[in-house]
Design a protein around this ligand. Structure first.
Ligand code: MTE
Ligand code: HPA
Ligand code: MOS
Length: 774
């Protein structure tokens, strides 16, 4: 395989995401656009109104009188298992006796239209026996030792001894909020029954195979009869990694019982109330260090809010814990992770998958240490970076190879002029203070290292199916799903490169468990790494057969034959790709192949919390400049400079899009997106009027992005590229640090320690005024 992309036909070039024009013009089909047969019915969910308690009765008489045509479906109607848990068996699709959060599905109403189904839901009355002591937050769950699984504990060296002996120490805690995915397309599924207990399930899911399994379990029908499909998602961001399954299974249950197609499309309110979010975390730490800021010992405890069921909370915690080190070598290190069980919605995967929480934890600690010592945060970082001198082994045992920190810092200095701008920011603040004006600026750098691979070894596998037709067109299927990240385009580029045919010869088909079975979720940013490689392998098998046949036709050795831009060349002989495909068919040569890939070199022992879970690391850095108004607490980002390592990028344009989107999504998490649960455990921020996602004015007016130069992946990934989907989100921590920097310069009494994420205006004000009541 070519390792550089200089002479490539497709790979390494900036192609548009294949359906972008169709999306722009409304021609791209989402599940809600699929034409329905006349007998299709529509569902609406009956959701729990209390956080914890027992269901005494579900009263549906009024609803049935209101609309006699409706059907009410509850747990007792399930023919198979009432469980769709991705890992541990504890996740009912419908609460049966006990409810465990406000918003939990209890039943489904099926009617002739969505409006009628939703109207009927309002007529259902549930009688509960309320539990008087629901656990609604992390602190209480921790106090009551209400955990999922055994707490994780791992250590390297002797952190607490080192902290005791260190010249300086700090101890403290802080918290960070969750985040709703706010994909534009809410959860949706369309279930269609066929003869002989076969079902087609269209589901907006990152994980069609899990939808297939979930439906199979709930209906008690073999997986082979369930065909799970999706052409594209209107955004997933992790929210549809495991949690689409429940809605798909509910729609399938309706279709099974009524023997008609059933569509379930959630409105925003039901989507936000019933589906999980990014985990909010609490961090407790003690740290010992010398006067230059070299960390001597570090003891960190992470609490995550898993919500009512475990879902993906265990691997999320593992990723948080394996990202606490970020770019720093800590020799004496202890960490604990408590996955707290609460009576709130079950939190789940969200871009970064715990990594952002782990990294915000360590960056906040280092920022506190730097302020305590009165030294520059970047000088402190330099004392601690992974390097041959400081050490290259992570606390969990993986060796950090091919460290790019210095390269990035150097490129960033030219790119962003950080050191000079730090002085300008200080000068601006002094002049504001002197003039008694309310503005303060802050600036911060943030390096990030992100581990690529699912941190569960078995998930790192992918399959693909490639057909070449006799007209020279190619159909491509693989296990990955398209959610806007451009995966389909990248994998098509790989296949086009393999045959050296123009990209538009390759037809990108939707994801489908009939064609490529037993797939992993499109997640952990590994979509193009693993599906790209599987597709390459499938296409290579066919190409070898075609080459052998061409050699016969031309009567030349295969080594003399070149596939070039849709032609097959050998000396002065040539034919088109189409002619060769047709000739292969005439000579009874198979033009179809599967491909399979598993990520090499990875190992992980979850019990011991040791191993090398990541095939490689991606590197990146950002500089953010922020401004705050100390009278109102409002803030803005003025400028961001980002350098991201994409290896040899498969598609620089798409990678830039991922970097922009990921960074801004992270800014949302850290500044304006605030989930508010009332004291009864009910989420009140259920739509865009109360839950603020970043808008166009939150994009930095000066936004400079570049891909790290000349940096092919040292590991043998597809064309030496690197994953990009999640890592840029972590870089938004630079903006949070810039806000802290601004607060710390606000006045002599301001207290940046008080600034927890999200840094909303009220939190910024509280920190500026050292007001502990927030
Ligand atoms: N980009 C868009 N536009 N929409 C999405 O839903 N999801 C992100 C990221 N980028 C997402 C996205 C998440 S959480 C992951 S894990 C990766 O894309 C998954 O796709 P990949 O593995 O192909 O990068
Ligand atoms: N990322 C996303 N999903 C996952 C992971 C991960 O690291 N591990 C298990 N499921
Ligand atoms: Mo992404 S959070 O791994 O779906």
């Amino acid at each position: 395989m070519a390792l550089d992309n200089k002479n490539n036909i497709s790979v390494g070039k900036s192609h548009y995401q294949d359906s972008s024009f169709r999306q722009l013009t409304g021609r791209a089909e989402y599940i809600d656009d699929i034409p329905l047969s006349e007998n299709t019915l529509h569902g609406a969910l009956i959701l729990s109104e209390i956080p914890s308690g027992m269901i005494t009765s579900i009263e549906t008489e009024k609803a049935k009188k209101f609309d006699p045509s409706i059907t009410v479906i509850t747990a007792k109607d399930i023919p198979g298992r009432n469980d769709i848990a991705p890992i541990f068996a504890d996740e009912p699709i419908f609460a049966e006796k006990e409810v465990t959060y406000v918003g939990q599905p209890i039943g489904l109403i099926v009617a002739s239209s969505m409006e009628r189904a939703r109207a009927a839901v309002n007529e259902v009355k549930i009688v509960y026996k309320k539990d008087k002591t629901p656990i609604l937050d992390l602190d209480l769950a921790f106090k009551k030792k209400n955990f999922f699984l055994k707490p994780i504990h791992f250590e390297r060296g002797k952190a607490n001894e080192q902290i005791k002996q260190a010249p300086h120490k700090l101890k403290g805690s802080f918290s960070m909020g969750g985040q709703d995915h706010f994909y534009l397309e809410t959860h949706i599924a369309l279930a269609i029954p066929h003869e002989n207990s076969e079902f087609t399930i269209w589901s907006s899911t990152q994980h069609p195979t899990e939808v297939q399994h979930g439906v199979s379990n709930v209906l008690n029908i073999p997986a082979a009869k369930i065909s799970s499909k999706v052409r594209r998602l209107g955004g997933g961001f992790g929210g549809k990694e495991s949690q689409s399954t429940i809605y798909a299974a509910i729609a399938a249950l309706g279709a099974y019982i009524l023997d008609k197609p059933v569509k379930l499309r959630l409105n925003r309110k039901d989507d936000m109330a019933s589906s999980g979010k990014r985990h909010d975390f609490e961090v407790k730490y003690s740290v010992g260090f010398n006067k230059k800021g070299k960390i001597k010992g570090l003891d960190i405890t992470l609490l995550s809010n898993a919500g009512n069921v475990c879902d993906l909370s265990a691997p999320v915690m593992s990723r948080a814990l394996t990202h606490l080190d970020n770019c720093y070598s800590f020799k004496d290190f202890t960490a604990r992770g408590y996955i707290c069980k609460t009576n709130t919605v079950s939190n789940t995967a969200f871009r970064g998958f715990g990594g952002p929480q782990g990294m915000l934890a360590i960056e906040t600690i280092l920022e506190r240490v730097s302020r305590f010592l009165g030294i520059d945060l970047d000088a402190l970082r330099r004392e601690n970076y992974y390097s041959p001198k400081n050490g290259i082994k992570t606390p969990y045992g993986q060796i950090v190879k091919n460290i790019k920190i210095e390269k990035i810092i150097n490129e960033m200095e030219t790119f962003a002029g950080l050191e000079k701008r730090k002085l300008l920011v200080e000068r601006f603040n002094t002049s504001q203070i002197n003039k008694n004006q309310p503005y303060r600026k802050g600036i911060a750098f943030m390096p990030a290292k992100f581990g690529i691979s699912f941190n569960k070894v078995s998930l790192n596998q992918a399959g693909a199916l490639v057909h070449v037709y006799t007209d020279g067109s190619v159909r491509l299927n693989h296990g990955g799903t398209e959610m806007g990240q451009g995966l389909f385009t990248k994998v098509a580029q790989v296949v086009s490169e393999c045959f050296n045919i123009p990209l538009d010869y390759v037809h990108i088909a939707g994801t489908n468990t009939d064609e490529v079975p037993n797939t992993s979720a499109t997640a952990a940013s590994s979509g193009s790494d693993i599906n790209g490689m599987a597709a390459w392998k499938a296409a290579s098998v066919i190409k070898q057969r075609m080459l052998k046949h061409a050699s016969k036709v031309f009567q030349k050795p295969p080594s003399s034959i070149e596939f070039k831009n849709g032609l097959i060349l050998s000396g002065n002989k040539s034919m088109t790709f189409k002619e060769l495909a047709f000739s292969c068919w005439e000579n009874r040569i198979s033009l179809s192949s599967t491909g399979f890939y598993k990520t090499p070199k990875i190992s992980w022992d979850q019990e011991k919390f040791k191993g090398s879970p990541y095939f490689y690391f991606t590197w990146g850095a950002a500089v953010s400049e922020a401004i705050i108004d100390i009278d109102t607490g409002e803030s803005r980002i003025l400028r961001a400079d980002i350098i991201q390592d994409c290896g040899s990028s498969l598609n620089p344009l798409i990678d830039r899009g991922q970097i922009e989107g990921g960074f801004i999504q992270g800014i949302g998490w850290l500044t304006c997106e605030e989930l508010y649960f009332n004291p009864e455990g009910k989420l009140l921020t259920l739509g865009p009027s109360t839950y603020k996602i970043p808008g166009s004015r939150d994009v930095p007016p000066e936004f400079n992005i570049k891909l790290l130069e000349n940096t092919p992946n040292e590991e043998k990934t597809i064309f030496r590229s690197k994953a990009v989907g999640e890592p840029p989100l972590l870089l938004s921590i630079s903006h949070f640090l810039a806000l802290k920097n601004a607060v710390s310069m606000a006045s002599e009494t301001s207290n940046a320690d008080l600034l927890n994420a999200p840094a909303t205006p009220s939190k910024i004000l509280a920190a500026v005024h050292n007001d502990h009541s927030m």
